[in-house]
Design a protein around this ligand. Structure first.
Ligand SMILES: *[C@@H]1O[C@H](CO)[C@@H](O)[C@H](O)[C@H]1NC(C)=O
Ligand SMILES: *[C@@H]1O[C@H](CO)[C@@H](O)[C@H](O)[C@H]1NC(C)=O
Ligand SMILES: *[C@@H]1O[C@H](CO)[C@@H](O)[C@H](O)[C@H]1NC(C)=O
Length: 187
């Protein structure tokens, strides 16, 4: 009987030892997730024009998981912006292929060009400049990219988008705001 007690106690201790690190690492995992989440949420809330779009777009992207500093957040936001522009580009490209109305076709082609240039400004100019800590240049490139994407505004085209284009421009505006913050704090 006593022997049985000892062995069940041993089993309990064994289980505790076994499970405890699991519990503690799961707990610290949750803690650090909250901390990362709050950096994204606070930064979006403090510094951007459309904080809800900023938070939801960043949180939906797995690249946001590792964010632990403001510059890191800013760089990830630029990458996400580039991906989002590219997704919308693929979306409008489908229409361009089939469009029969020549005016709409003309505007769609212009949009494809502007989106492509917008992606290139982020990938080829803004991100490399950011990595070289040229935050002024990086800000200017993202702002120019935003302007190009916003120029895709002919009603014949925007009616195909529903809210996609509006949300995209709002998110890029947020990224411009974050890049602006980065350039100001580094001065
Ligand atoms: C956001 O603003 C609050 C209140 O001013 C401040 O305490 C916090 O540190 C700021 N957070 C970030 C990430 O800028
Ligand atoms: C464009 O046309 C192709 C082939 O006819 C069709 O499969 C595709 O669904 C069309 N795309 C759109 C957006 O209408
Ligand atoms: C958009 O994404 C596709 C597929 O991921 C890629 O092949 C293409 O080069 C990208 N376009 C631009 C302009 O970066």
């Amino acid at each position: 009987m006593a022997k049985q007690h000892v062995s069940s106690l041993q089993i309990s201790i064994f289980l505790l030892v076994l499970l405890n690190p699991v519990f503690s690492s799961a707990k610290s995992g949750i803690d650090s997730h909250d901390r990362i989440g709050s950096l994204v949420r606070e930064s979006c809330k403090n510094w951007t024009e459309f904080p809800n779009i900023c938070v939801s777009t960043l949180e939906a992207d797995s690249r946001s998981i590792g964010i632990n500093t403001f510059p890191n957040l800013c760089r990830v936001a630029m990458e996400v912006a580039s991906t989002r522009i590219n997704e919308t580009l693929s979306f409008i490209y489908q229409f361009q292929v089939n469009e029969t109305d020549s005016t709409t076709q003309f505007h769609l082609k212009a949009c494809v060009r502007k989106y492509t240039a917008g992606i290139s400004l982020i990938e080829v100019n803004a991100i490399p400049a950011f990595d070289e800590k040229d935050f002024e240049e990086s800000y200017n490139d993202v702002a120019l990219s935003r302007q190009l994407v916003a120029e895709c505004d002919d009603s014949s085209v925007t009616k195909l988008f529903n809210d996609r284009q509006t949300e995209l421009i709002q998110f890029i505006t947020d990224v411009v705001n974050l890049a602006d913050r980065q350039r100001r704090i580094s001065h």
